[in-house]
Design a binder for this molecule. Structure first.
Ligand code: SAH
Length: 260
């Protein structure tokens, strides 16, 4: 990496970089994310950030965990934002490391609002969202010319822990041949039922992609009718994505990860 001939921005003390760590495989970090991780004084990281990525931090970087651990509730969003502000005001280079992309179902915006309010300069470093990287590692193309001209990312989980009640199932069903649910496995039965009620066929393919891009990646392929029972009978563990649509069928040909 030493002979990398591109100009990278200085990480100024007193600023915050909100960085996407990608879905797990450290090789999927951007060069800019890697550069920031090497320079940071403090790294405030989430549960979904892969261990291999944490290990890339510079020797003098302080590591602060802001996710769930041992069943304890995660740090409140408000507290995390205040912490970022406080650390920046102490003139640290503060790197906020989040799983996937910070702006995809990741509350990255909420953290930025707090920084704007406190007049702390910040930079957003996008990451590969699990919705993109996870499908690639499962050998499921997000679009093909024959199957879909649109794809939709949906959250299967509200802040209160239920399936969002403002999802327009009919519109999703009619409008988007490929559906990718984040945080949905706890509510898979409701999701599969709603989609079938809205007109999607019972035998439509479904994949559950768990721990994508990590050494523990596992993929379950099923149908809308059977996926809930199949998932319950499996040993898949979160985090996981649910992929609904004919794109799932391509996995049979395109599965490339050798030891999954
Ligand atoms: N900002 C993140 C998403 C955070 S929401 C991103 O862009 O990827 C958390 C959800 O992301 C999980 O419930 C799961 O649905 C998905 N997710 C994150 N990492 C994952 C991984 N390695 N494998 C499968 N799903 C993952």
């Amino acid at each position: 990496m030493e002979n990398l001939s591109i100009d990278l921005p200085e990480f100024e003390p007193g600023t915050v970089w909100i960085v996407g760590a990608g879905p797990g495989d450290p090789g999927l970090l951007s060069i800019l994310a890697w550069h920031g991780i090497q320079q940071a004084d403090v790294i405030v990281y989430d549960a979904l950030v892969g261990d291999g990525i944490i290990e890339l931090a510079g020797e003098n970087a302080e590591m602060e965990y802001a996710g769930k651990r041992g069943g304890k509730p995660s740090a409140k969003q408000h507290d995390i934002t205040e912490r970022l502000v406080g650390l920046a005001q102490e003139n640290n280079r503060v790197l906020r490391l989040k799983g996937g992309d910070p702006f995809v179902f990741g509350r990255g915006a909420e953290e930025c609002f707090g920084l704007v309010e406190a007049e702390i300069p910040f930079r957003i470093v996008p990451g590969i969202t699990a919705g993109v990287g996870g499908l690639a590692y499962a050998g499921i193309p997000m679009t093909t010319r024959g199957t879909n001209t649109a794809v939709t990312f949906i959250t299967g989980h509200t802040a209160g822990g239920t399936v969002p009640d403002d999802i327009n199932w009919r519109a999703l069903s009619d409008g988007s041949p490929a559906l990718i649910f984040f945080m949905g496995t706890a509510h898979l039965s409701r999701i599969a039922e709603q989609l079938q009620e809205a007109g999607r066929p019972a035998d439509e393919p479904v994949a559950v992609v768990a721990k994508a891009t990590t050494p523990d990646q596992k993929v379950l392929v099923s149908t809308l009718a059977n996926c809930t029972a199949d998932l319950a009978a499996s040993d898949l563990e979160p985090p996981a994505l649910i992929v609904v649509g004919d794109i799932v069928n391509f996995r049979e040909q395109l599965k490339w990860l050798p030891d999954e």
